[in-house]
Design a protein around this ligand. Structure first.
Ligand code: SAM
Length: 219
């Protein structure tokens, strides 16, 4: 039942121009999104809309996730850090694309969501993704540098530690802007000598990135 719904969602995302890269299309077809959604709202798993995962947080709409992943040029074998594990769905897609020759770490500040994401990843065969509890605005120095960093909550500016932990030729994608509005999906690429090439890839709306280099909890 869910397979047909998933196929139809992917067909729509391709038709609407959100998905074009083969490896990302295949990942969307394979990863069972409904397994990452709280049971009481699973019927909406294949609608193109963000959904609540509790603790005031959301899993982004599939079209938004497609925009994020298409902008990052992920490749097999890369080492990737995701900031904001939430349900674990995005991390599973990344894992599917980079494969087990790569490494995927995902960092989440809310304990209960880290547990939720980890359980979903384990159950769906992506238990090799490392879920860490902590403030992702500081990155994850222990495993740096990264080929790719994907931030899934909105930051007032690109966090300095994340830019530092990026490899040369590495790319970081993040929503930058205000709380819930006037946000832009930005992609920064680190050039030789550490210069950054920054591109703006359109408007978006995310929950806030709360931490030392993001929003303060009381903001
Ligand atoms: N990627 C997730 C998924 O696939 O379900 C959705 C992420 S949700 C839009 C944003 C997440 O970022 C929330 O789970 C939130 O708790 C988390 N977050 C916010 N600030 C954070 C921080 N400083 N470090 C780590 N996670 C953070």
């Amino acid at each position: 039942m869910h397979e047909r719904e998933r196929e139809e969602l992917v067909e729509r995302l391709v038709q609407w121009g959100y998905l074009s890269k083969r490896d990302i299309i295949d990942a969307f077809k394979k990863v069972p999104r409904h397994e990452f959604i709280p049971e009481n709202i699973r019927d909406y798993a294949y609608a193109d809309q963000p959904l609540s995962i509790g603790h005031g947080q959301t899993i982004s709409a599939p079209s938004m996730i497609a925009i994020m992943l298409e902008s990052l040029d992920l490749k097999v074998g890369q080492k990737v850090l995701e900031v904001g594990t939430g349900s674990g769905y995005n991390a599973a897609l990344i894992a599917e694309i980079v494969g087990q020759k790569g490494k995927v770490f995902s960092i989440e500040r809310i304990n209960e969501l880290a547990d939720f994401g980890r359980a979903n990843l384990d159950r769906t065969g992506y238990g090799w993704v490392h879920v860490v509890v902590g403030d992702g605005t500081c990155g994850y120095e222990k495993e740096a540098p990264w080929n790719r960093i994907l931030v899934t909550a909105c930051t007032p500016k690109l966090p300095e530690p994340l830019l530092k932990q990026l490899k040369v030729k590495g790319k970081l994608g993040a929503p930058v802007g205000q709380h819930y509005m006037f946000q832009t999906w930005m992609v920064a690429e680190k050039r030789a000598k550490g210069e950054l090439k920054i591109e703006e890839r359109g408007g978006c709306s995310f929950v806030p990135l709360v931490g030392e280099y993001g929003w303060k909890a009381e903001d």
